[in-house]
Design a protein around this ligand. Sequence first.
Ligand code: MG
Length: 314
Amino acid sequence: MVSLLLTNKIPIMKKINIIILMIFSYSLFAQGQLDTGFENKDIALRYAGFLNCNDTFENNVNGKLYYLPCKNKEELAQKRIEMQIRPEVTEVWEPEPKKVTPGNAFGLPPSDAIILFDGLNLDSWVQESGRPQWDLHDGYMTVKPGAGDLYSKQSFGDCQLHIEFRTPSIIKGEGQGRGNSGIYFMQKMRAKTDDGYEVQVLDSYDNRTYSNGQASSIYKQHIPLANASKKPGEWQSYDIFFQAPLFDVDGRLKRPAYITVVHNGVLVQNHVQIQGQTRFIGYPSYITDEMKEPIMLQDHGDLVSYRNIWIREL
Ligand code: MG
């Protein structure tokens, strides 16, 4: 590679391209190294400089010692997030899930279900500002853009959730801007928006976006196995089986969360491991959490409606 740069046979612009490619490859290599660490402490220290944390700590992997930049794993995770400030970094566009035309059955609540919304009132929900401001219609409710997210009054850990939603029949916007909402598990009220685990709600009928951000994706973590979306304006359902993460007494992750999602009767997420809080910007990571937190319905500014919401605690 170095001899390529020294020879006079290659024009200067091509040499510049080669240098950029080398820097890019090295930074990609370093991303992997930032998981296990560096054998050489000085290199870890140099990366600490890049990350603006000026320290190193030891990482023991199967009895072998590595060095990582920053004073501990938490600080390193935070610095890596700060370095990845562009949302595009975590978009995955391929593969595009194949289309499946779903059947037309909806799930009625079994005898032990907790009814969160039966179309009559919003008594099981609150907003940060207090009483829910979303519009209650005959049998369904609709996001009131700008009013804020809706939180279940009750908190949940492991659960089975059934929810029906409808994106607007009048098509407006594209990509992430068309019929966007979301169902968040374990979302603390008055936390940052990205603190829960989001199953994406989006109009994904003839509306291409990054695959790990389309309807029924685990947002920016898992691409759905199929695109089972119905046309905008039609009612759709999610049946979601959620297993909450476990932390030990010191707040360390003991077992990650897992999730299974059935979209309109089609299995789209098959017991996938949640990698941490779903984030618009930056990579997911776990933060110490309660055993139970509310379910949140997202106000993303689009007129998405919901009905027939019930849940079973597991
Ligand atoms: Mg969303």
